[in-house]
Design a protein around this ligand. Structure first.
Ligand code: SF4
Length: 177
């Protein structure tokens, strides 16, 4: 006889990880942060036609201290990289990053000294959404993949802020050395 048969009906058993991850993935608060043309598609995703309210994430936060997701939507210039890093560091753990579009993920068509050739040099990226620009459906697919990733996380894991990434400043120091 299993344990489930011994306990009264209406009682469910789960783990703390499962319960917390279930709550976390349904209450993600994104930071209001757009960089270039991809941001228009991101805004469209948050509007009524595509409606991310079903995921509990329709209200974009104006402060990184109230946000746990940053969607990097567009190219990141070398000047913007330290600002992005600071915003990321101001977000409380647990926090996640979606790199939206070719420019954010690898510089896109802007293979030049002014553009960071991949935002994962500045912040740790959880999900990459391809396209130039990605359609809202693609961003929603990225959000669902992030949900799947959150489901597998553990409360015992190290906080993300401990992860080391190469910032634009680091890159500049290396170039000077
Ligand atoms: S990926 Fe395309 S749409 Fe997005 S910021 Fe770059 S050029 Fe603009």
């Amino acid at each position: 006889m299993g344990l489930e048969e011994k306990i009264p009906e209406g009682i469910a058993l789960t783990t703390v990880d499962t319960m917390v991850n279930w709550a976390r993935k349904r209450s993600i608060w994104p930071l209001g942060f757009g960089l270039a043309c991809c941001a228009i598609e991101m805004m469209s995703t948050f509007a009524s036609r595509f409606d991310v309210a079903r995921f509990g994430m329709e209200v974009m936060r104006s402060s990184p201290r109230q946000a746990d997701l940053i969607i990097v939507s567009g190219r990141v210039t070398q000047k913007m990289a330290p600002v992005l890093r600071k915003l990321y560091e101001q977000m409380p753990d647990p926090k996640w990053v979606i790199s939206m579009g070719a420019c954010a993920s690898c510089g896109g068509v802007f293979n030049n000294y002014a553009i960071v050739q991949g935002v994962d040099r500045v912040v740790p990226v959880d999900i990459y959404v391809p396209g130039c620009p990605p359609r809202p459906e693609q961003l929603i697919d990225g959000i669902l993949k992030l949900h799947a990733k959150i489901e597998k996380e553990s409360l015992r894991a190290k906080p993300k802020s401990a992860a080391r990434t190469q910032t634009a400043d680091d890159a500049a120091k290396k170039a000077d050395a």
